[in-house]
Design a protein around this ligand. Structure first.
Ligand SMILES: N[C@@H](CCC(=O)N[C@@H](CS)C(=O)NCC(=O)O)C(=O)O
Length: 246
């Protein structure tokens, strides 16, 4: 099987697909785009502007959920979805929530943070195959890049404050799925990968360390994605916006 994966460095749905490919033992090559140039390139190549995209023996697909489903069809073991119908439905529901609710929240937190702290953005290109952008240049282009990305992701000062304030409620929901056995088993399923990749990005923010402390979802995330590019030091997120860890 010839597999080519189209990504943006540090992108959480791209990390989801990469981890699924690894779990399936599939070899693949990577084409990396710098954001936000990927939107135009992806539109041209796939007809959709988002990464990840994948070519499998010439078959083109975008969307992390569609890609995981296809990989599971092509290589059934280890399975990404349970065989039991009820368990499968629960995993599909958690996976869809991870894609539709959690994934966009991460972008709405990330881009305003980068807009306020362009120097932090440089930390997120660790592991990138693209030539590094010097910090002074990054600071110069950051306003336009972050404005474009915030617009594409419907992020604003209001969504920023709301998303940060409600984060513990979302983490409670994820911990509930772990307690119910929907996610967090020894063998990762599609919902584990979808949710943990988003949490891994949030966990690169030192300001969130208290929110994640002692949570089962934090342990699951680190088991699923021990490494993640990027680090946002304490103070990246204004302290006034952080919910009490209690
Ligand atoms: N939910 C989809 C969408 C992925 C997505 O939005 N990816 C971002 C990068 S993390 C992107 O390409 N954004 C560009 C855009 O919104 O136009 C998936 O899981 O594949």
């Amino acid at each position: 099987m010839k597999i080519k994966l189209f990504v943006v460095g540090g992108s959480h749905p791209c990390a989801t697909v990469e981890r699924a490919l690894e779990l399936k033992g599939l070899r693949y090559s990577v084409v990396e785009f710098p954001p936000p140039m990927h939107m135009g390139a992806m539109k041209l190549l796939f007809g959709e502007r988002t990464v990840p995209g994948i070519k499998i023996d010439g078959e083109k697909l975008t969307g992390s959920r569609a890609i995981l489903a296809r990989l599971d069809e092509l290589v059934p073991n280890p399975p990404l979805f349970p065989a039991d119908a009820d368990k499968r439905a629960a995993v599909l529901e958690a996976e869809a929530w991870g894609d539709e609710v959690l994934q966009p929240l991460v972008r709405r937190v990330l881009w305003p943070s980068f807009k306020a702290h362009p120097e932090v953005m440089a930390n997120y290109s660790v592991g990138s195959k693209l030539p590094p952008i010097p910090v002074p240049v990054l600071k110069l282009i950051a306003p336009s890049v972050t404005t474009l990305e915030m617009r594409a992701n419907r992020a604003s000062d209001e969504t920023y404050a709301d998303d940060i304030r409600t984060l513990p409620i979302l983490l409670d929901r994820i911990d509930g799925w772990i307690a119910d056995g929907v996610i967090g088993s020894e063998q990762f399923n599609a919902a584990d990968l979808q949710i943990a990749s988003s949490l891994r990005l949030l966990m690169t923010f030192a300001d969130f360390s208290e929110i994640f402390a002692e949570r089962p979802c934090a342990a699951l995330t680190l088991r699923c994605f021990p490494e993640a590019p990027g680090h946002a030091p304490v103070g990246t997120i204004p302290a006034a916006l952080l919910p009490s860890a209690a």
